[in-house]
Write a protein that binds this ligand. Structure first.
Ligand code: GLY
Length: 364
């Protein structure tokens, strides 16, 4: 069992990583003084697999759990689900001292976390992420929220969990496509902050895609360490934290242009990283060898690096809605070498278009 601390003063919390960590969850809850009612928020994919076991575990710990099951899928990340959850919390008798357990992937964590952020003006919550994306990214750092029909993640709050409990054994039931998409975020952590992690990802595709849990522990732990240190320095994304959005400015455009059905988030990020590398080459920050190296790594995980039928204008338009557009200028995170990225707000539409054309044509 590994513990990583997210240092945020009085809002600091541990991330526990290991195999069969559910007794740790019991421990964490009892050390945090959990008593009485507790809500387990999960979804219709995870509930049949782990809902009853976690419910029983918390019951055995003397708590009164209420299982709140959301429909699975990004389209359920919406405001009316928050109202529904608050109703469930009320019916369960949750008060200001109660704890919410978010058991699931990124959508569950974001929705449950936001419901915990606003219920009674904020109650505590624990993240128990069951997917790679959630384990290496969304469960750490306190971003919670829901989508608006016009933009993703536009309604939300920074609300840090009081603990993150990562059980690698959950990954055994993760569909392959989700596994690959989640590993895109690990590749991202390598490119932005850790050349050795990137090399590990280059060398380990076979073992990681075979769900070798011993091989998965290292990149998950390293990703959590990287994310924890970035969040500790810049909790509210005033500067440094934006580097976690590498591949996301293009990625959000791809997701929207694909009507959120064409790509999983991690797939769009993989394609977005390739577009970002093409853009970095276009403006002279990196050479072709860098673009090719990143491309090879992305492809080794069966992730997309080309989208031949991409409507460039639709992607460009969708990118304008990105909430990270500041004062009308899009902010791009671009590599200028391995494990080194910079932020640029001076990229022209022509340069953005050229990078998108490269991705459409499978160049780079
Ligand atoms: N997923 C990016 C962040 O948490 O800032």
């Amino acid at each position: 069992m590994t513990q990583i601390d997210v240092s945020l003063g009085e809002r600091s919390y541990p991330i526990h990583i290991g195999l069969d960590t559910m007794p740790v969850l019991q421990d964490v809850l009892s050390r945090l003084g959990a008593r009485g009612a507790v809500a387990i928020v999960t979804d219709s994919n995870v509930a049949p697999l782990y809902g009853a076991a976690v419910d029983q575990l918390l019951g055995e710990a003397g708590l009164w759990p209420r299982l709140c099951v959301l429909q699975a899928g990004e389209e359920n990340k919406r405001l009316d689900r928050i109202e529904w959850l608050c109703g469930e919390f009320l019916k369960a008798g949750l008060d200001r001292s109660s704890i919410v357990v978010a058991l699931g992937g990124g959508v569950v964590g974001d929705v449950a976390g936001f419901a915990a952020a606003v219920y009674m003006r904020g109650i505590r919550f624990v993240q128990v992420p069951t997917t790679i994306v959630a384990q290496v990214d969304s469960s750490v750092g306190g971003k919670t929220g829901v989508n608006h029909p016009l933009a993703k993640n536009i309604i939300g709050s920074f609300h840090q969990p009081i603990a993150v409990v990562i059980d690698l054994t959950f990954l055994r039931s993760l569909p392959d496509r989700e596994l690959r998409a989640g590993l895109a975020e690990v590749i991202k952590h390598g490119v932005i902050a850790d050349a050795a992690l990137f090399e590990y990802m280059e060398a380990s595709a076979e073992r990681l895609l075979a769900k070798d849990l011993a091989a998965l522990e290292h990149p998950i732990r390293r990703s959590c360490e990287i994310k924890a240190s970035i969040v500790a320095e810049d909790e509210r994304e005033q500067g440094l934290r934006a580097i976690l959005n590498y591949g996301h400015t293009f990625g959000h455009g791809f997701e929207a242009a694909g009507k959120y059905a064409r790509f999983l988030h991690g797939e769009a990020v993989a394609l977005g990283m390739h577009a970002a590398a093409a853009l970095a080459q276009e403006i002279g920050l990196v050479d072709e060898a860098f673009v090719q190296r990143q491309r090879d790594c992305i492809e080794a995980y069966g992730l997309p690096v080309a989208w031949p039928e991409m409507p460039v204008d639709v992607v460009l338009e969708a990118m304008q809605h990105d909430k990270k557009a500041v004062g009308g200028a899009l902010k791009f995170i671009l590599a200028d070498g391995m494990a080194h990225v910079i932020q640029r707000k001076d990229i022209t539409e022509a340069q953005t278009r050229a990078a998108l054309e490269a991705v459409r044509e499978g160049r780079g």
